[in-house]
Ligand binder design. Structure first.
Ligand SMILES: C[S@@+](CC[C@H](N)C(=O)[O-])C[C@H]1O[C@@H](n2cnc3c(N)ncnc32)[C@H](O)[C@@H]1O
Length: 220
């Protein structure tokens, strides 16, 4: 990815597109897989729940998700047609079994699901592209069942702002305290956070020690 301009890489991270987008999707998965698995480890599986994910990328993590509970139903929403195609091909069997449904959404924050549909909603490395996270939180709250949980994972703001490809026309980084306040205002309670440090490679292939947070709240 070193050949990509930083601004082009930023756009591709926000919405991978075309042949370059396929490559970006693979790089995202390899550099984020530890973070993705750690986030899935924090989800509560109670046997056969209905799970929503926003921003599933190339969807290579779905076998890990289903290894936690083979009876879940999963809906994934993406804004990238390229990621939708990649994830659909990779998870073809789960889709045929009607355990997985993947769809395209938009970035309005509105979700095309009925009220109180999901037991759990999670989103990893995607909140950076939400100009107004409260819009998303409100609609996620609406589609969660009572006691349903929202789990977010994101790289710490101070670290993220030092990355060369982070341009402020594409990315929005938020402090954990601010996100907790937003979630609390919307009605989430019992908000828990876990902080991690991991060795990984960044999108330019350089080794980095990266701090990330998993934040989880429950709908009243
Ligand atoms: C940086 S990638 C992260 C992918 C994966 N979750 C990971 O951690 O590797 C962000 C993904 O979220 C998608 N995305 C961005 N904004 C979105 C939105 N508003 N709703 C759903 N998906 C979105 C992008 O298309 C992209 O695939």
């Amino acid at each position: 990815m070193e050949q990509l301009e930083n601004s082009e890489l930023a756009k591709q991270l926000r919405c991978p597109s075309g042949a370059v987008g396929v490559k970006v999707g693979n790089i995202m998965y390899s550099s984020n897989s530890n973070m993705i698995y750690k986030t899935i480890d924090r989800l509560n599986f109670k046997g056969g729940g209905h799970i929503l994910e926003l921003g599933f990328g190339n969807g290579h993590h779905l076998p890990y998700l289903f290894s936690k509970d083979k009876d879940i139903l999963y809906d994934g929403v993406e804004i990238s047609e390229t990621m939708l195609k990649e994830a659909s091909e990779f998870n073809n069997d789960l889709i045929k079994q009607r355990k997985v449904a993947l769809s395209i959404g938009d970035d309005s924050g509105k979700l095309a699901f009925m009220d109180k549909t999901f037991d759990s909603c999670f989103s990893i490395n995607t909140i950076y592209f939400w100009e107004e996270p409260s819009k998303y939180f409100q609609d996620i709250y609406r589609v969660l069942k009572s006691e349903g949980q929202l789990t977010l994972a994101y790289i710490q703001k101070d670290f993220a702002l030092k990355q060369n490809f982070v341009t402020d026309d594409i990315f929005y980084f938020h402090k954990t305290e601010w996100l907790i306040r937003l979630m609390t205002n919307i009605g989430f309670y019992n908000i828990e956070q876990w902080q991690y440090m991991e060795n990984t490679t960044n999108k330019l292939g350089q080794s980095v020690v990266r701090p990330f947070v998993v934040l989880k709240g429950t709908k009243l």
